[in-house]
Design a binder for this molecule. Structure first.
Ligand code: ADP
Length: 172
């Protein structure tokens, strides 16, 4: 069985990520979406929440499973029995980063290869970081994220303190 690992932070999973996972599921018999637990980024959702959101968003793809992981991505790929690591490309700028990661990973382990898949044009501008920022400011992101993620974002912002309408120094 040819398996692939699609690793990432998925904070939270967007329709761009879903698009890549669906494409990988056509090419590989089994796809593990690996949710990295300790990225060097400030996270909005915990590992458990990111896994749950990704599971909900990909429940319609039977040969995809979502698992958390820590440590080296290449080691997790080998533990999953994955022949390839799948990554999504939005633009040439992604390619440069992925190329560097692929060579770095190959220097650690040569038995796992990299496969980059191009996202749909409509998601080529979509980044989870930017999406969270505009969602926090009240923009409608329903066309950018799966329904379960849109609900989770709405709940998160409803319970978070709202940004001050008036700059703080004016209230001092
Ligand atoms: P990482 O922090 O490892 O980049 P992300 O969760 O941001 O993790 O992204 C995981 C993978 O999904 C990466 O390969 C990234 O390039 C890709 N990706 C992110 N956004 C999109 C998108 N809109 N369309 C296609 N691929 C995407």
């Amino acid at each position: 069985m040819t398996a692939a690992l699609y690793p990432g932070t998925f904070d939270p999973i967007t329709l761009g990520h879903v698009d890549i996972a669906e494409r990988a599921a056509v090419l590989f018999e089994r796809v593990v979406v690996g949710v990295y637990d300790t990225p060097a980024k400030t996270l909005m959702f915990s590992t458990e929440e990111r896994v749950d959101l990704a599971r909900g968003a990909l429940a319609h793809v039977p040969n995809v499973e979502v698992l958390p992981y820590h440590g080296l991505t290449v080691d997790f790929a080998a533990r999953c029995g994955a022949a390839a690591i799948v990554r999504g490309l939005r633009a040439v700028s992604d390619f440069e980063v992925e190329m560097q990661m692929a060579h770095q990973s190959r220097a650690i382990r040569s038995d796992v290869d990299y496969v980059c898949l191009m996202t749909k044009l409509e998601y080529s501008f979509l980044s989870a970081t930017l999406m969270k920022e505009v969602a926090r400011l009240g923009a409608d992101v329903d066309k950018l994220v799966p329904e379960n993620v849109a609900r989770a974002l709405a709940a998160r912002f409803a319970s978070a303190p709202q940004p001050d309408a008036v700059p703080r120094f004016l209230n001092a």
